[in-house]
Design a protein around this ligand. Structure first.
Ligand code: PSV
Ligand code: MN
Length: 400
């Protein structure tokens, strides 16, 4: 039951809450120890877009799909067809993610590599990625670098920092007007000694130095244990430097588990900081809520629906925090009352409210249940297996 917030206000906030899906989350992926194939997994950008469109169809809040350049596009091929295809599935292309980590030349890094020819290779890929973003009418380039070293002394850290600065500045200036450049950080993996953008502070400095179109991207899985992510989020919003998120959850490292599956209270607290800032008059409308998960065990579309529903529920709970009461408790320095404000919102069951919101959008109350009844997974599994067999590829139905 909502007592202090108008239902219409909550529903308007939910209307504005969009979650962007990753194209790579619909494909067969694995760990370094192996890949477990799923018959319904998408192998082409067409199939990934169809899956993303299906998640949007059932949740009503995923109008965009992020793409990863090398996994989704053939270089030199006109990308506008991909945007048209997305439109046919009722969605648009979101963030364009260049790939600076898979090419053999990147063994010792991309933009931080001591070899100038490798840095030039990375530069050309970035220019191709900007061209793709323009073709698909995306306003966002999302950057993550695997650059780093594995051993002390392997390369000079400060020189690498200078190379990163140079590249980001140059790329920022090559963006079209209205485009954004998001800079993601990660403490380790694949580099195990030092990573060139290892935390939010470094991403902040690089973004600030690159120019106004650059912001920080917080991947919730990219923190060392115990790190207070909501503090980072509050700080970055206050500095107007939070560009967006990659949502996922983790227990140990960058586990890419379903958002909210391990620590939903932490995810709720992050949303609380966003709502606190918004209620205090900060413009949070530009923050991109993106998912970065590729499920190895769960069926992919189901896992995405589960993720999105969880994100909506946690966001709704954060909207419901009684901020009048909270401010009053804080002014009285009453720690218990203040904490209870958060807890009572967190433990509010918002399922019925979300079902009502969905009804207003002619959506089924239970997206996962409705999707299961649709038979989509079994149908695409049959179709995709047939296509793979016709291409002479491996069939994955033997264990299904
Ligand atoms: C790296 O771990 C990362 O979080 C980056 O966002 C990449 O683009 C993505 O994962 C690839 O799965
Ligand atoms: Mn990420």
């Amino acid at each position: 039951m909502i007592t202090h917030m108008d239902r219409d206000k909550l529903f308007a906030l939910l209307d504005a809450f969009a979650v962007e899906l990753p194209s790579w989350g619909f494909a067969d992926t694995g760990t370094r120890f192996g890949k477990f194939l799923q018959p319904a997994a998408a192998s082409t950008i067409e199939e990934k877009i169809a899956d993303a469109g299906t998640v949007h169809q059932y949740t009503g809040c995923c109008p965009r799909v992020a793409v990863h350049v090398l996994w989704d596009f053939s270089m030199g091929v006109d990308a506008t067809a991909t945007a048209d295809l997305a439109a046919k599935h009722g969605i648009r292309i979101g963030a364009v993610n260049p790939n600076f980590f898979e090419d053999q030349v990147y063994k010792f890094g991309s933009v931080c590599n001591p070899d100038e020819s490798v840095r030039e290779h990375a530069h050309r890929h970035m220019m191709d990625s900007i061209a793709i973003a323009k073709a698909v009418k995306s306003d966002t380039i999302s950057l993550w670098f695997a650059d780093g070293t594995n051993y002390p002394g392997q390369d000079e850290i400060a020189s690498r920092k200078g190379r990163m600065h140079g590249a980001l500045r140059q790329w920022h200036d090559a963006l079209a007007p209205g485009m954004k450049m998001l800079i993601e950080y990660k403490p380790f993996d694949p580099a195990f000694y030092h990573t060139d953008i290892t935390d939010w502070g470094m991403a902040y400095v690089f973004a600030k130095d690159a120019g106004r179109k650059a912001k920080v991207l917080v991947d919730t899985g990219h923190h060392l244990p115990g790190q207070n992510i909501e503090h980072i989020v509050a700080f970055l919003i206050d500095e107007e430097m939070l560009g967006g998120f990659h949502f996922n959850d983790r227990k140990y490292a960058d586990d890419d588990l379903t958002f909210g599956s391990i620590d939903p209270y932490a995810a709720f607290r992050t949303f609380c900081e966003i709502r606190n800032a918004a209620e205090a008059g900060k413009d949070v409308s530009g923050i991109a809520y993106m998912v970065d998960q590729s499920h190895n065990l769960k069926p992919k579309v189901e896992a995405m629906i589960q993720t999105v529903v969880m994100a909506q529920e946690l966001y709704a709970k954060a909207c419901l925090v009684d901020r009048g009461k909270l401010r009053d408790a804080q002014a009285r320095t009453n720690t218990i009352d203040a904490e209870e404000c958060l807890k009572s919102a967190f433990f509010t069951d918002v399922k019925a409210l979300l079902a009502e919101w969905r009804k207003g959008k002619s959506l089924e109350a239970d997206p996962l249940g409705a999707y299961r009844v649709s038979g989509y997974e079994a149908r695409v599994a049959r179709e995709r297996e047939a296509v793979r067999a016709a291409r002479g590829g491996t069939s994955s139905t033997s264990y299904a």
